[in-house]
Design a protein around this ligand. Structure first.
Ligand code: SAH
Length: 401
């Protein structure tokens, strides 16, 4: 097998079971290792530390498949996929037992490093699996992984959405389309805690829907009764529909995407919720919040679920200004006693920093507020203790005093 030898001292992160090797840690790589090929990772004194996928063009030069001296083959991936699936089954059974309602039929089935398959994301939407391959290693094994997913789930259809920008860093072109099965319904209706949502698997964001907010949407449903709600960055109406289902008095929803808003309207109708209590504005949240402030408007509940402002820590400062700006405006628009539900999905901003930014926003808005709850991505997006980077979504429920 091909091998990579690390510089002295650079085995430390592997010994802590972090699965990445950066290019700067590599002393020597065998010649002509192909993209995604499995390599032995050796310490400077030639001890085998792990087996990994080689990414020749990426700064992250190798990602670990296993820390054992075991073969990296179809059976290893079968074990990984089985364990990912059984964790999700247990989770959803638990939710049903807690009375959360009808099980969701859509959730993340495989979450990359967290499930020890770096580069592979698999989301389940009803009976269709949507696969995203993000790295040279997952690309190398893609056909095997697709076969295993069908064998282990008993399903027949996989649609590929490998169109995320990060593939470029791995020297991979975007790729979308049917991977397994025939003629899937690409505009399908999913069930999430007794509510239906139309999801466009071919063109929707990420793999179609923001599954990471699944339980937070349910949480919001319970907080929305009788409230006048402002849902900023509403996408296809995930929070809007839940607020209405929870008895909100009215919901004003903003997004810059006309397509997303059109689907949001359909989702309200689909659930027989009162369209007359809703209004939609296509536009820029930053500008609209300013306009609402100038018009002295106010709300009982404001949701801020913006797109990623900082994918990495390097962009954190600019992103922090963006978060502070919208949260400051939101605090001003919030009535005393009102609820702010605010999120960041920026990997570059950790929970501590996010809380500081929100505190700064409240201070500059001249309001006092308290945190009622900390929110995060759902447990179908688990975080390996050895790979904290997998935790990207953080949220706060704040009450304005
Ligand atoms: N809350 C949603 C997900 C929001 S994703 C859910 O639970 O499903 C972020 C959304 O912000 C996207 O729909 C995107 O179209 C929108 N968006 C991005 N920048 C924006 C801006 N400046 N103003 C308004 N909407 C924006």
């Amino acid at each position: 097998m091909s091998a990579i030898t690390l510089k002295p001292g650079r085995e430390k992160s592997l010994l802590r079971r972090h699965p990445w090797i950066f290019s700067g840690a590599v002393q020597h790589a065998d010649e002509s290792i192909s993209s995604g090929e499995t390599v032995d990772l050796l310490s400077s004194n030639r001890q085998l530390l792990a087996r990994a996928a080689y990414s020749p063009t990426s700064q992250i030069r190798a990602r670990v498949w296993t820390f054992e001296a075991e073969p990296v083959d179809k059976e290893l991936f079968r074990r990984r996929i089985r364990s990912a699936i059984s964790a999700r089954s247990a989770l959803l059974l638990g939710e049903a037992a807690e009375g959360v309602g009808v099980r969701s039929d859509s959730y993340r089935l495989v979450y990359a490093e967290s499930d020890r398959i770096p580069g592979l994301i698999v989301d389940r939407y009803g009976d269709v699996l949507v696969l995203q391959s993000l790295t040279a290693g997952s690309e190398f094994w893609k056909e095997t992984l697709a076969d295993l997913l069908l064998e282990e789930t008993g399903l027949a259809t996989i649609y590929e959405r490998s169109d995320a920008d990060v593939r470029e860093l791995e020297g991979l072109q975007p790729k979308t389309g049917l991977l397994r099965g025939a003629n899937p319904q690409l505009l399908l209706t999913i069930n999430e805690h007794n509510l239906q949502f139309k999801v466009n698997l071919a063109e929707g964001h990420k793999t179609g829907f923001y599954l990471d907010q699944r339980l937070n949407r349910l949480r919001l449903r319970k907080l929305a009764r009788d409230k006048e709600v402002l849902d900023c960055f509403c996408y296809t109406g995930g929070f809007t529909v839940n607020a209405l289902a929870g008895g909100a008095r009215s919901v004003l929803s903003i997004d810059s995407s006309a397509d997303a808003l059109a689907l949001a309207r359909e989702n309200i109708a689909l659930n027989n919720l009162p369209l007359e209590k809703t209004s939609f504005v296509e536009g820029d949240v930053f500008q609209l919040l300013r306009r609402f402030r100038d018009e002295n408007r106010s709300f009982d509940m404001i949701i801020l679920d913006p797109p990623k402002f900082a994918p990495t820590a390097a962009q954190a400062e600019r992103a922090a200004r963006g978060y502070k700006d919208i949260n400051l405006l939101a605090f001003k628009l919030l009535r005393p006693g009102g609820t702010l539900v605010t999120f960041s999905c920026s990997g570059g901003i950790d929970a501590g920093l996010f809380q500081k930014i929100i505190a700064g926003a409240a201070l500059d808005a001249g309001v006092d507020a308290q945190i009622l709850e900390h929110l995060s991505q759902g447990p179908d997006h688990p975080v390996s203790l050895h790979f904290p980077e997998a935790a990207y979504l953080k949220g706060l429920v704040c009450i304005r005093k």
